[in-house]
Design a protein around this ligand. Structure first.
Ligand code: A2P
Length: 411
């Protein structure tokens, strides 16, 4: 057993600004609002953090998992951390603070029991997921990729300018899994004159490449021209990416993510629920299944895909060409002329029997990716179909999270 820390000593929780990709997962996950951010950094408030560890497993890079033994009165404050470009080194504790022998330094996991299921989804991957590599390339050691394709995957006459961008890594290794993401370092400086932080994008291609056997991958990028409130805004990285030409070079870091991964065992079923560019990981997983369509290894694929109209639904053409006995496609269109407004959660309810049947199979994993706003709606719909089937949703929900079978990636 580890000895308890003396009261005057704090095991301070810190985020490494050189590894953090500012994805906001930690801030969203923290059950007591101890994490905050500005345009430079994500930081942990030492006066609030209780070391519950809820934020640690969901962090896609591991930047969150840094700890320093500090004299409590000298803990790094929020303002100080916001200004950091890198983590400070370890400081020796003064003798008076009853420094602990090295063997007695508590592991991070001893600080407090993890808050059970503070997040709506799992913080562990499915049991059979392949081993992911993370952080192979960092802000300090980015990889240069070459653009080998960039084309629009939404109707040219629509507001949604979504691009499919293919990056090639040449001879250098960049091993990825479906569900993982990478970071793109846009060129230039931010308003404070600092290099831009990396922006995170989910892979749209499977582990063996956008083109099987090639050392490349693809992304699904929406050109950002307005913010969430609809005000005009220029997305630095999305505009940079959407305007790239063939043979342009791009600075890439990653890969990231160790939980939003697909099961790797035969006959696993996938329920995929997405909106807009949240289709990227679903495309990656679907393509993985499509490439082994004749092997007999595949389970069932059930897709709920939300977009304003068919023409604004990325990859509409290729998606509709997939065989119906391979993937069960349900499109929720919210602004199609002459049709009632529908969201993915409406279709989940309409397909309750199929959803229940798959939920009852422990080989089923559920993936939700896209607008943050759909998280609650999707959870409510899953609860409703479960309850209608005479089951207790809270028991099933806990099991799905514990077994790494329910995953969210929303923004
Ligand atoms: P809406 O027409 O109400 O905006 P976007 O094109 O903005 O990325 O959105 C993709 C789709 O997700 C649109 O059909 C949009 O509908 C829909 N959507 C918006 N809010 C929610 C929500 N809370 N739950 C589910 N779908 C949503």
């Amino acid at each position: 057993m580890n000895a308890p820390l003396p009261a005057e000593v704090l095991k301070q929780h810190l985020i490494d600004p050189e590894i953090c990709i500012r994805c906001n997962t930690c801030e969203e996950t923290c059950p007591i609002k101890a994490i905050t951010h500005d345009s430079n950094n994500y930081v942990v408030d030492p006066d609030i953090c209780n070391g519950c560890m809820a934020c640690v497993p969901p962090c896609p890079t591991g930047a969150i998992d840094n700890w320093r033994l500090m004299v409590r009165a000298e803990a790094y404050g929020v303002q100080e951390q916001l200004g950091w470009e890198e983590l400070p080194g370890e400081k020796a504790l003064p003798e008076t603070a009853a420094a602990l022998p090295a063997d007695d330094v508590p592991a991070a996991t001893d600080l407090a029991a993890p808050a059970p299921f503070s997040a709506p989804g799992a913080t562990v991957p499915p049991w059979s997921a392949a081993h992911p590599y993370v952080n192979l390339y960092t802000h300090k050691t980015p990889m240069t990729a070459t653009v080998v394709g960039n084309y629009r995957v939404t109707g040219a006459d629509t507001e949604s300018d979504i691009h499919h961008i293919v990056l090639d890594f040449g001879e250098l290794p960049f091993p990825v899994l479906e569900g993982q993401s990478i970071g793109i370092l846009p060129p230039g400086l931010d308003a404070q004159g600092r290099p831009h932080h990396a922006r995170q994008y989910s892979l749209a291609s499977p582990r063996d490449g956008e083109r099987a056997g090639y050392n490349n991958l693809s992304l699904t990028v929406k050109r950002v021209t307005e913010d969430h409130a609809g005000a005009a805004a220029h997305g630095v990285c999305s505009n940079y990416l959407c305007d790239l030409a063939k043979n342009d070079k791009v600075q890439v870091i990653g890969p990231f993510g160790h939980t939003f991964l697909m099961p790797n065992h035969p006959r696993a079923n996938l329920i995929m629920i997405c909106t807009g560019t949240g289709s990227a990981p679903m495309r990656a997983m679907t393509e993985r299944y499509r490439r082994r369509i004749d092997t007999g290894e595949n389970g069932r694929l059930l897709l709920f895909f939300g977009a304003r109209t068919e023409r604004e639904l990325p990859y509409f053409g290729p998606l509709m060409k997939l065989p119906r006995d391979f993937i069960d496609i349900n499109l929720a269109l919210s602004r199609e002329t002459g049709q009632p407004k529908r969201y993915v959660q409406d279709l989940i309810r309409e397909r309750a029997a199929s959803v229940r049947e798959l939920l009852a199979d422990r080989n089923t994993c559920i993936y939700v990716c896209g607008l943050k706003g759909m998280e609650v709606g999707v959870l409510d719909a899953l609860r409703d179909v479960t309850v209608q089937g005479g089951q207790d949703w809270s028991i099933l929900h806990d099991a799905l999270r514990r077994e790494g079978r329910l995953h969210f990636e929303t923004y």
